[in-house]
Design a protein around this ligand. Structure first.
Ligand code: GLU
Length: 494
């Protein structure tokens, strides 16, 4: 791979559950780099851990990416020249690479049982070394091909003894690499264990399969979460041993809980933060808003601009501007982005997205009424489904907000509301201007303050004390319904 080869990036989820919101961020950053360089966005399913395999997970990844608008160029359902794109279908490649590592003396065969490994750790555990590793310091005392003769190894394998293949990590070396986010990073090999590369069931581990596939698929850039940073030395040792050029690396900052600390599934649950992309979709978040929010969760454009569509992100995105420090997840911010993106849609489109929630709340609604309601409320919605909370736009209120009544419903309210209803009977135009003018005239004629009328009228007409502009709201409710509501409130509230 030369430095100016066309960019090929991959999103490489393990199908162990629903697509995570952090996973979607990783996919997004990869996608943005691919699109802005005219490169290729590859989807690779890392399904070698059969014990954690979830059958529907791949489908969920595809649905999540499609929902977010991230089109995959090559992948298990898209095809491509570098396939197959599921690791379970590429086992021959991993076996070949493992054999090359063994032949070159960069890996070895180990027969130790889990109990034997545990006993070794037990022997070495001290306060200074609380978690001993299978590494240069301990491998000499274990049952592996480093100590056994060739015939012993061959016999044990022939006999059917279970074995794994481990990476032979060289002693006392410093592995230095450049990360596009973190700059120069170095690890001492004394901190690196002899990673299992092939498990006893013959399946490769993540580490071997990941390196083999990034090479075989011509991946030029790896962008992934920070939790993988500590795996890099193992991977680089394999690249070196296999004579391959590693891809450029960029590790994304951790996503933190609003309370600090890593946003784990547990902490997220406790705070009511959804973790899977499907939950955001089902909760009625706009995909454009989720994408915009995730883009800025770890990257910044270097300007004050906050609102981006996917195309704008493709243009503005810059790997070098990804931050190093953890970024705090904020549902409030996401809600804000959602409102901003929603506002940019046409009233028809908002109505379409709000329709299921509104219908669930008030039953069948007329299209024109829904569009008028969407247009009225657009500035006040953070999710399209919020429109369903303004039930008074579709049906007469049955109750009146007690706090509002307490504060706003005075002795003269019923009389003023009734008088206003009379004025509306005479207002054939029933526009925002005419309904407002009628109220101003009434206020003057009665020598009452405008506020003395406007608040009780809102309560009577909507049952609430907050909402969009009153006269705009009355027009959406309609003349007949408004008058009916005002009269009923006078009866009920007296
Ligand atoms: N399969 C790994 C995951 O689930 C991929 C990590 C990587 O991108 O190297 O995140």
């Amino acid at each position: 791979m030369s430095d100016d080869a066309p960019v090929r990036v991959r999103f490489a989820p393990s199908p162990t559950g629903l697509l995570h919101i952090g996973g979607l961020r990783t996919a997004l950053y990869n996608y943005l780099l691919a699109r802005q360089t005219g490169g290729t966005f590859v989807l690779r399913i890392e399904d070698t851990d059969r014990s954690r395999f979830v059958p529907d997970a791949e489908r969920d990844v595809l649905d999540g990416l499609a929902w977010a608008g991230l089109a995959v160029d090559e992948g298990p359902t898209q095809g491509g020249d570098a396939g197959p794109y599921r690791q379970s279908e590429r086992r021959g490649l991993y076996a070949d690479a493992a054999q090359r590592l063994l032949d070159g003396g960069h890996a070895y065969v180990a027969f130790d049982t889990p109990d034997e490994i545990e006993a070794m750790k037990e022997r070495h555990r001290t306060d200074a070394n609380p978690s001993p590793r299978y590494d240069a310091a301990t491998r000499g005392e274990m049952a592996n091909s480093l100590g056994l003769s060739e015939t012993e190894v061959a016999d044990r394998i022939a006999r059917g003894d279970e074995y794994v293949v481990r990476l032979l990590v060289p002693e006392r070396q410093t592995v230095v690499f450049h990360d596009r986010v973190r700059g120069e990073v170095s690890f001492d090999t004394a901190e690196v264990d002899d990673q299992v590369l092939v498990k006893s069931d013959g399946m490769p581990t993540y580490h071997l399969a990941n390196v083999v596939d990034d090479h075989a698929m011509g991946i030029t850039d790896v962008i992934r979460g920070e939790e993988w940073l500590s795996s890099v030395p193992k991977h680089l040792l394999m690249y070196r041993a296999l004579g391959w050029t590693p891809p450029r690396l960029a590790h994304l900052p951790l996503i933190l809980s609003p309370n600090g600390g890593k946003l784990s599934k547990r902490s997220a649950d406790r705070l009511g933060i959804p973790v899977s992309v499907a939950q955001y979709r089902d909760a009625g978040f706009e995909p454009e808003a989720v994408v915009n929010f995730l883009a800025l969760l770890g990257w910044n454009p270097g300007t004050d601009q906050e609102l981006f569509g996917l195309d704008g992100l493709v243009e503005a995105f810059d790997v070098e501007r990804i931050g190093r420090s953890g970024v705090q997840f904020s549902m409030d911010k996401l809600e804000w982005f959602n409102g901003q993106h929603l506002r940019q849609l046409s009233a028809d489109e908002i109505a379409r997205r709000a329709h299921p929630a509104v219908e669930a709340a008030v039953g069948p609604v007329d299209d024109a009424a829904l569009v008028a309601a969407a247009d009225l409320m657009r500035e006040r919605l953070s999710r399209a489904s919020d429109l369903a909370e303004a039930t008074y736009l579709f049906q007469d209120p049955e109750t009146y907000d007690p706090a509002g009544l307490n504060k706003r419903w005075k002795d003269d309210s019923a009389g003023l509301v009734a008088a206003y209803a009379d004025r509306l009977e005479a207002d054939a135009a029933f526009t925002v201007e005419s309904t407002e003018a009628a109220m101003r005239r009434l206020a003057e004629d009665q020598g009452a303050g405008f506020g003395r009328i406007v608040h009780p009228v809102r309560l009577a007409a909507t049952g609430t004390s907050v909402g969009a502009g009153l006269f705009e709201t009355l027009v959406v409710v309609g003349r007949e319904a408004t008058i009916r509501r005002l009269r009923r409130a006078v009866d009920v509230l007296g």
